[in-house]
Design a protein around this ligand. Structure first.
Ligand code: 0WD
Ligand code: CA
Length: 435
């Protein structure tokens, strides 16, 4: 445990999600991706919660190449917190009410702090003011790929020759897929399938719906359908479209609309580019730069007993923490609703304080296990996915209480890199304007 003195002396590490104290000699140099010192970055981003640490140790022994699997047992990942660079926003994009892509932040919304006990009726508008995204349209990585094509010049500024990969990243994926990886050592219910393709040295990861998920989706009850709306309705109560505007709960909730941040970071020796949907930002013009000004909104059942509070800490906070820690979103605002879908309380959770909050829970999840598992999974993927070919998919599958396994598929239904992307990226970078 940190002693108070250590916390004060090394305040820049006081928000470390990993509780174990490490000698200063083990720390990484206080340098940022762009050469800024960490103290400067800290000054700029008050809520910063990312840390500079020694890389995780070798994963030797966790999988045997011959058996081609990776263990997800928690004990194996209880080691030093791996290096996770402060995520940097390198762009953003928007999806409009018709799910059209725009290479800008037009769908950004502003956080308007609700009352502590607001009485928002989340059921309002479900029947008559709700436009639901067509979930049967599987978009895979398409929006991210479109963003990459639109911003290609700033992604390979060093020139192709300087790097083994054309866009200088080891992995491209959705933040939601990484969230699932972080939660895997603790997940007891839902498995996953991730399709992986190596193309021009970069590994693309895109989720494939499992059979169980497809069944769950098809068999959703009307009650469950409505409860999925509640989360979006809460966003409408807490967000305005304009910096000086107010929320408009009389409007239509349209789940096609999205604002997504694109961030760059590094986990151990993996250079990552991922995108995640952001609910809103702090409207204060003096708020720190993205992603530190972003706010994640959640709804959850009202807490009436210590047991319910404990369950929130043990299960929900894991998912909330993983999702927001990844892109560097510093706070989650939760609306707690009663059985009738009325928000009766609102509470802010600071991501950097969650590791403290959960420490009193018996046998609770640990951030370091999540990050080490993700890092070792990405190393496993690098070793397995060796053929650089947009038509080849390495399909990684996992079910609770099992190891991660994979299978290889050529020109199959699992291929997910679109032709337009492969063609665009295969062209010379300077041939954009040519016919
Ligand atoms: O499996 C996924 N995460 C996929 C996401 C598969 C294919 C596409 N997408 C896209 C969607 O276009 C969406 O705009 O990803 C975007 C969100 O990606 P993400 O940030 O990586 O996903 P995640 O962190 O799981 O979800 C963030 C928010 C959710 O908020 P809550 O508070 O419920 O976690 O994005 C929304 C939802 O509001 N969301 C989605 N919206 C449309 N389609 C989807 C989806 N498949 N999944 C989550
Ligand atoms: Ca949300």
């Amino acid at each position: 445990m940190h002693s108070k003195a250590v916390m004060n002396q090394r305040s820049y590490r006081s928000q470390n999600p990993n509780s174990s104290y490490k000698r200063p000699s083990e720390y990484r140099p206080e340098q940022n991706d762009d050469g800024r010192s960490y103290r400067e970055a800290k000054h700029r981003k008050q809520d910063d919660h990312h840390h500079y640490q020694s890389q995780s140790r070798s994963f030797a022994g966790k999988y045997t190449p011959s058996s081609g699997s990776l263990s997800t047992r928690r004990e194996l990942y209880e080691k030093d917190f791996p290096l996770y660079k402060q995520p940097v926003e390198i762009g953003c994009f928007s999806l409009d009410c018709n799910r059209r892509f725009f290479n800008d932040g037009r769908q950004m919304r502003y956080y308007v702090e609700p009352d502590r006990n607001p009485n928002f009726n989340l059921r309002d508008g479900y029947k008559d003011r709700f436009t639901k995204r067509d979930e049967s349209q599987k978009e895979k990585l398409d929006h991210i790929l479109r963003w990459i094509v639109s911003n290609r010049s700033k992604l390979n500024s060093k020139g192709v020759a300087a790097s083994s990969s054309a866009i200088d990243f080891d992995f491209v994926t959705w933040r939601g897929h990484l969230t699932k990886l972080l939660c895997t050592p603790y997940e007891m219910r839902e498995g996953w399938m991730l399709a992986v393709t190596r193309f021009q040295g970069t590994i693309y990861i895109s989720e494939v719906e499992t059979e169980a998920a497809r069944r769950d989706c098809e068999n959703r009850t009307e009650k469950h359908e409505e409860m999925m709306y509640w989360g979006y309705k809460f966003e409408q109560y807490a967000c305005s479209d304009d910096v000086d505007g107010s929320p408009d709960p009389s409007g239509v909730v349209n789940t096609n609309e999205a604002f997504c941040t694109v961030v760059q970071t590094r986990l151990a020796d993996h250079r990552l580019l991922f995108s995640g949907e952001v609910d809103c930002r702090d409207k204060d013009p003096n708020a720190p730069a993205p992603p530190a000004c972003y706010v994640e909104l959640k709804t959850s059942a009202e807490i009436c007993t210590p047991k319910q509070r404990s369950n929130l800490h043990r299960f929900k906070l894991l998912k909330w923490w993983a999702q927001s820690f990844l892109p560097g979103v510093p706070r989650v605002v939760a609306g707690f609703r009663d059985h009738d879908g009325v928000v009766v309380a609102v509470e802010t959770f600071h991501i950097s304080k969650i590791s403290q909050l959960i420490k009193n829970e018996y046998n609770c999840w640990k951030p370091t296990v999540c990050m080490n598992f993700c890092s070792d999974f990405l190393s496993f993927v690098k070793r397995v996915a060796t053929e650089d070919n947009p038509c080849v998919v390495y399909l990684f599958s996992w079910e609770p209480r099992r190891d991660v396994t994979y299978s290889i598929h050529r020109d199959s239904e699992f291929s997910f890199l679109p032709h337009w992307y492969v063609e665009e990226m295969t062209r010379r970078p300077d041939s954009h304007t040519q016919p």
